[in-house]
Unconditional design. Sequence first.
Length: 176
Amino acid sequence: MIEGMKAPLFIRPVTENERHQIKSSLRSKDGFVLRRSLILLASSRGERAPAIADELGCDDQTVRNVIKGFNTSGLAVLKASSSRPHRLRTTFTDEGAMKLKELLHRSPHDFGLDRGLSTLELAAKISFEQGIIPHKTSVASVRRALKRLGTNWKRAKHWITSPDPLYLQKKTHETT
C-alpha cells in the first residue's frame, strides 16, 4: 500500500446468525434493506467500497457508511432510521427573535420600502439587512422564531378603501 493511503474498509467478521439474517434480507421488498444487505455481503467477500458502489449504482461514501454502521451497531444498519436532523439550527437567537417581533410591528415604510404590508419573506430580508441575523434565512426560520415566542403570524388582508367621502355609502349600497 502506498504511504498516505488509507487501508480499505471491510465489515468485521460476520457470525453465522448474522450471515443468515443478511441473506434472508435479500428477499426484502424494501429496496433500502436489500441494497444494504448486498453491500454487507459484498464487503464480507472482500470487495472494496468503490467496486461495490459501481456494482450497485450508489456512491462509495454510502457503502462506507453502511460498513461503518455495521461495524458499530451490527444488523441495526439494515433498519432505516430517520433522516431528519437531530437538531435544527436556530438562526434567530432569543434576543434576535424579540427584535424580529418588534420589527413586525413596524411598517415596511420605516425601512425605506415602498409597500405597506409585511410578509415573512420581507421580515427575513429586513432582519438580515438590519443585522438581527448574520446571514439570509428562510421564511420557515422566521416562522419558527415567532413560534418560539408564542406569536402567530397571520397574513395581512388587503382592504379596499377610497378617498371618496361617499365610499362607505356606495360600498354598502346605501342611497340617500
